[in-house]
Design a protein around this ligand. Structure first.
Ligand code: FPP
Length: 247
Protein backbone atom coordinates (compact mmCIF):
# COMPACT_ATOMS: atom_id res chain seq x y z
CA UNK A 1 0.00 0.00 0.00
CA UNK A 2 1.44 3.40 -0.92
CA UNK A 3 1.96 6.00 1.77
CA UNK A 4 -0.86 8.31 0.72
CA UNK A 5 -3.48 5.59 0.94
CA UNK A 6 -2.37 4.78 4.51
CA UNK A 7 -3.67 8.20 5.58
CA UNK A 8 -7.12 8.31 7.15
CA UNK A 9 -8.68 11.36 5.49
CA UNK A 10 -11.35 11.50 8.23
CA UNK A 11 -8.66 12.11 10.86
CA UNK A 12 -6.44 14.66 9.15
CA UNK A 13 -4.88 17.37 11.29
CA UNK A 14 -6.76 20.57 10.37
CA UNK A 15 -3.62 22.62 10.86
CA UNK A 16 0.00 21.59 10.30
CA UNK A 17 2.86 23.91 11.27
CA UNK A 18 6.41 23.42 10.03
CA UNK A 19 9.80 24.70 11.21
CA UNK A 20 11.71 24.48 7.94
CA UNK A 21 15.28 23.86 9.07
CA UNK A 22 18.55 22.65 7.59
CA UNK A 23 18.86 24.74 4.42
CA UNK A 24 22.36 25.90 5.35
CA UNK A 25 23.63 22.42 6.24
CA UNK A 26 22.10 20.98 3.06
CA UNK A 27 23.97 23.60 1.00
CA UNK A 28 27.22 22.83 2.83
CA UNK A 29 26.78 19.12 2.10
CA UNK A 30 26.54 20.06 -1.58
CA UNK A 31 29.60 22.30 -1.36
CA UNK A 32 27.54 25.44 -2.03
CA UNK A 33 26.73 28.74 -0.31
CA UNK A 34 23.86 28.84 2.21
CA UNK A 35 21.62 30.73 -0.20
CA UNK A 36 21.68 27.70 -2.51
CA UNK A 37 19.97 25.80 0.32
CA UNK A 38 17.26 28.43 0.67
CA UNK A 39 16.65 28.39 -3.09
CA UNK A 40 16.21 24.62 -3.03
CA UNK A 41 14.01 25.01 0.04
CA UNK A 42 11.42 26.62 -2.20
CA UNK A 43 10.91 23.28 -4.01
CA UNK A 44 10.07 21.72 -0.64
CA UNK A 45 7.67 24.58 0.13
CA UNK A 46 5.89 23.97 -3.20
CA UNK A 47 5.69 20.18 -2.75
CA UNK A 48 4.49 20.41 0.85
CA UNK A 49 1.86 23.04 0.06
CA UNK A 50 0.57 20.99 -2.87
CA UNK A 51 0.46 17.76 -0.84
CA UNK A 52 -1.30 19.39 2.13
CA UNK A 53 -3.93 20.96 -0.13
CA UNK A 54 -4.48 17.71 -2.06
CA UNK A 55 -5.10 15.83 1.18
CA UNK A 56 -7.54 18.42 2.51
CA UNK A 57 -5.48 19.99 5.30
CA UNK A 58 -7.14 23.35 6.07
CA UNK A 59 -4.16 25.37 7.36
CA UNK A 60 -0.43 25.05 6.72
CA UNK A 61 1.90 27.41 8.60
CA UNK A 62 5.54 27.72 7.56
CA UNK A 63 8.21 29.39 9.70
CA UNK A 64 10.03 31.30 6.98
CA UNK A 65 11.83 34.06 8.93
CA UNK A 66 12.10 34.61 12.67
CA UNK A 67 12.76 37.88 14.50
CA UNK A 68 16.12 36.34 15.43
CA UNK A 69 17.05 35.68 11.78
CA UNK A 70 17.96 39.38 11.31
CA UNK A 71 21.19 38.51 13.16
CA UNK A 72 22.40 36.45 10.18
CA UNK A 73 24.97 37.91 7.74
CA UNK A 74 23.45 40.86 5.86
CA UNK A 75 24.00 39.13 2.52
CA UNK A 76 21.99 36.07 3.58
CA UNK A 77 19.13 38.19 4.96
CA UNK A 78 18.82 40.23 1.77
CA UNK A 79 19.05 37.11 -0.39
CA UNK A 80 16.23 35.53 1.65
CA UNK A 81 14.09 38.65 1.30
CA UNK A 82 14.68 38.72 -2.46
CA UNK A 83 13.86 35.03 -2.69
CA UNK A 84 10.56 35.64 -0.92
CA UNK A 85 9.60 38.40 -3.36
CA UNK A 86 10.63 36.28 -6.34
CA UNK A 87 8.79 33.20 -5.07
CA UNK A 88 5.62 35.10 -4.23
CA UNK A 89 5.58 36.70 -7.70
CA UNK A 90 6.08 33.30 -9.33
CA UNK A 91 3.64 31.32 -7.21
CA UNK A 92 0.60 33.60 -6.80
CA UNK A 93 -1.03 32.23 -9.97
CA UNK A 94 -0.45 28.67 -8.74
CA UNK A 95 -1.98 29.55 -5.37
CA UNK A 96 -5.04 30.96 -7.14
CA UNK A 97 -5.31 27.97 -9.49
CA UNK A 98 -5.26 25.68 -6.45
CA UNK A 99 -7.71 27.83 -4.48
CA UNK A 100 -5.15 28.51 -1.73
CA UNK A 101 -5.36 31.65 0.41
CA UNK A 102 -2.16 33.30 1.58
CA UNK A 103 -1.87 34.85 5.03
CA UNK A 104 1.03 36.02 7.18
CA UNK A 105 1.83 36.22 10.88
CA UNK A 106 4.62 38.25 12.45
CA UNK A 107 5.71 41.87 12.51
CA UNK A 108 5.49 42.09 8.72
CA UNK A 109 5.44 45.89 8.48
CA UNK A 110 9.14 45.81 9.50
CA UNK A 111 10.11 43.70 6.47
CA UNK A 112 11.91 45.45 3.60
CA UNK A 113 9.41 47.54 1.61
CA UNK A 114 9.42 45.34 -1.50
CA UNK A 115 8.88 42.16 0.54
CA UNK A 116 6.09 43.78 2.56
CA UNK A 117 4.39 45.14 -0.56
CA UNK A 118 4.58 41.83 -2.46
CA UNK A 119 3.29 39.97 0.56
CA UNK A 120 0.29 42.30 0.97
CA UNK A 121 -0.47 41.95 -2.75
CA UNK A 122 -0.34 38.16 -2.45
CA UNK A 123 -2.66 38.20 0.56
CA UNK A 124 -5.10 40.52 -1.22
CA UNK A 125 -5.03 38.56 -4.52
CA UNK A 126 -5.79 35.25 -2.84
CA UNK A 127 -8.16 36.37 -0.09
CA UNK A 128 -11.27 34.69 -1.53
CA UNK A 129 -9.66 31.25 -1.97
CA UNK A 130 -11.21 28.50 0.10
CA UNK A 131 -9.41 25.16 -0.22
CA UNK A 132 -6.49 25.78 2.14
CA UNK A 133 -4.83 28.68 3.94
CA UNK A 134 -1.04 28.95 3.67
CA UNK A 135 0.27 31.04 6.57
CA UNK A 136 3.82 32.40 6.29
CA UNK A 137 5.46 33.29 9.58
CA UNK A 138 7.71 36.22 8.72
CA UNK A 139 9.61 38.36 11.19
CA UNK A 140 7.73 36.22 13.68
CA UNK A 141 8.48 35.12 17.20
CA UNK A 142 6.04 33.67 19.71
CA UNK A 143 7.35 35.81 22.59
CA UNK A 144 6.82 38.96 20.49
CA UNK A 145 3.31 37.81 19.58
CA UNK A 146 2.40 37.04 23.22
CA UNK A 147 3.78 40.42 24.38
CA UNK A 148 1.80 42.22 21.66
CA UNK A 149 -1.39 40.40 22.68
CA UNK A 150 -0.77 41.32 26.34
CA UNK A 151 -0.26 44.98 25.44
CA UNK A 152 -3.43 44.98 23.32
CA UNK A 153 -5.51 43.49 26.15
CA UNK A 154 -3.95 45.86 28.72
CA UNK A 155 -4.90 48.83 26.54
CA UNK A 156 -8.48 47.51 26.30
CA UNK A 157 -8.63 47.22 30.10
CA UNK A 158 -7.19 50.73 30.46
CA UNK A 159 -9.84 52.08 28.08
CA UNK A 160 -12.55 50.40 30.16
CA UNK A 161 -13.62 48.20 27.23
CA UNK A 162 -13.00 44.96 29.18
CA UNK A 163 -12.17 43.97 32.75
CA UNK A 164 -9.18 41.78 33.75
CA UNK A 165 -11.65 38.95 34.39
CA UNK A 166 -12.69 39.04 30.73
CA UNK A 167 -9.21 37.84 29.77
CA UNK A 168 -9.81 34.11 29.38
CA UNK A 169 -8.23 31.62 26.97
CA UNK A 170 -10.54 32.62 24.10
CA UNK A 171 -9.91 36.35 24.60
CA UNK A 172 -6.16 35.79 24.67
CA UNK A 173 -6.25 33.61 21.53
CA UNK A 174 -8.22 36.33 19.78
CA UNK A 175 -5.53 38.88 20.58
CA UNK A 176 -2.84 36.79 18.87
CA UNK A 177 -1.77 37.08 15.22
CA UNK A 178 -3.38 33.69 14.61
CA UNK A 179 -6.87 34.95 15.54
CA UNK A 180 -9.45 32.80 13.77
CA UNK A 181 -6.95 30.04 12.90
CA UNK A 182 -7.36 26.73 14.76
CA UNK A 183 -4.32 25.67 16.81
CA UNK A 184 -1.91 23.33 14.97
CA UNK A 185 -2.44 19.68 15.83
CA UNK A 186 0.85 18.63 14.27
CA UNK A 187 4.17 20.48 14.40
CA UNK A 188 6.98 19.25 12.17
CA UNK A 189 10.65 20.27 12.43
CA UNK A 190 13.21 19.13 9.90
CA UNK A 191 17.00 18.79 10.17
CA UNK A 192 17.21 16.76 13.38
CA UNK A 193 17.02 19.71 15.78
CA UNK A 194 14.51 19.16 18.57
CA UNK A 195 13.84 22.75 19.60
CA UNK A 196 10.75 24.93 19.26
CA UNK A 197 12.73 28.11 18.49
CA UNK A 198 10.11 30.62 19.61
CA UNK A 199 7.45 29.31 17.20
CA UNK A 200 3.71 29.39 18.04
CA UNK A 201 4.36 28.68 21.73
CA UNK A 202 0.80 29.44 22.84
CA UNK A 203 -0.85 27.62 19.94
CA UNK A 204 1.11 24.34 20.17
CA UNK A 205 0.16 23.64 23.80
CA UNK A 206 -1.52 20.37 22.73
CA UNK A 207 0.18 19.74 19.36
CA UNK A 208 1.89 16.47 18.50
CA UNK A 209 5.57 17.13 17.76
CA UNK A 210 7.29 15.35 14.89
CA UNK A 211 11.02 15.64 14.31
CA UNK A 212 12.79 14.31 11.24
CA UNK A 213 16.49 14.37 10.41
CA UNK A 214 15.79 15.26 6.77
CA UNK A 215 17.09 18.70 5.75
CA UNK A 216 14.31 21.00 4.54
CA UNK A 217 15.39 21.15 0.85
CA UNK A 218 14.99 17.34 0.70
CA UNK A 219 11.50 17.34 2.26
CA UNK A 220 8.96 15.91 -0.17
CA UNK A 221 5.30 14.81 -0.23
CA UNK A 222 6.22 11.37 1.12
CA UNK A 223 7.85 12.98 4.17
CA UNK A 224 4.66 14.90 4.90
CA UNK A 225 2.62 11.71 4.47
CA UNK A 226 4.92 9.90 6.93
CA UNK A 227 4.50 12.66 9.50
CA UNK A 228 0.70 12.48 9.19
CA UNK A 229 0.69 8.68 9.42
CA UNK A 230 2.79 8.93 12.59
CA UNK A 231 0.40 11.58 13.96
CA UNK A 232 -2.60 9.37 13.26
CA UNK A 233 -0.99 6.40 14.98
CA UNK A 234 -0.46 8.49 18.11
CA UNK A 235 -4.03 9.77 17.89
CA UNK A 236 -5.30 6.22 17.69
CA UNK A 237 -3.39 5.24 20.82
CA UNK A 238 -4.18 8.28 22.96
CA UNK A 239 -7.34 9.74 21.48
CA UNK A 240 -9.77 6.93 22.39
CA UNK A 241 -10.76 5.22 25.61
CA UNK A 242 -9.37 1.69 25.86
CA UNK A 243 -12.77 0.01 25.20
CA UNK A 244 -12.86 1.69 21.77
CA UNK A 245 -9.46 0.46 20.63
CA UNK A 246 -9.76 -2.44 18.18
CA UNK A 247 -7.55 -5.33 19.38
C1 FPP B 1 16.19 27.38 7.97
O1 FPP B 1 17.37 26.76 7.54
C2 FPP B 1 15.50 28.11 6.93
C3 FPP B 1 15.19 29.43 6.93
C4 FPP B 1 15.56 30.32 8.04
C5 FPP B 1 14.51 30.07 5.81
C6 FPP B 1 13.42 29.29 5.12
C7 FPP B 1 13.18 29.89 3.79
C8 FPP B 1 12.89 29.22 2.65
C9 FPP B 1 12.69 27.77 2.57
C10 FPP B 1 12.79 29.97 1.40
C11 FPP B 1 11.56 30.66 0.99
C12 FPP B 1 10.32 30.38 1.71
C13 FPP B 1 9.08 30.62 1.23
C14 FPP B 1 7.93 30.43 2.12
C15 FPP B 1 8.81 31.06 -0.14
P1 FPP B 1 18.77 27.26 8.13
O2 FPP B 1 19.27 28.35 7.23
O3 FPP B 1 18.60 27.66 9.55
O4 FPP B 1 19.65 25.99 8.01
P2 FPP B 1 20.85 25.52 8.98
O5 FPP B 1 20.24 25.31 10.33
O6 FPP B 1 21.31 24.24 8.36
O7 FPP B 1 21.88 26.58 8.96
Amino acid sequence: MDLKSQINIEKLPRHIAIIMDGNGRWAKQHGKARVFGHRNGVTAVRETTEAAAELGVEYLTLYAFSTENWKRPKMEVSALMRLLVETLHKEIDTLNKNDIRLQAIGDISKLPKSTYKTLLEGIENTKDNKRMTLVLALNYSAKWEIMEASRQLARQVQAGEITPDDIDEAAFSNALNTKGIPDPELLIRTSGETRLSNFLLWQIAYAELYFTSIFWPDFRKENLFNAIIDFQRRERRFGKISEQVVQ
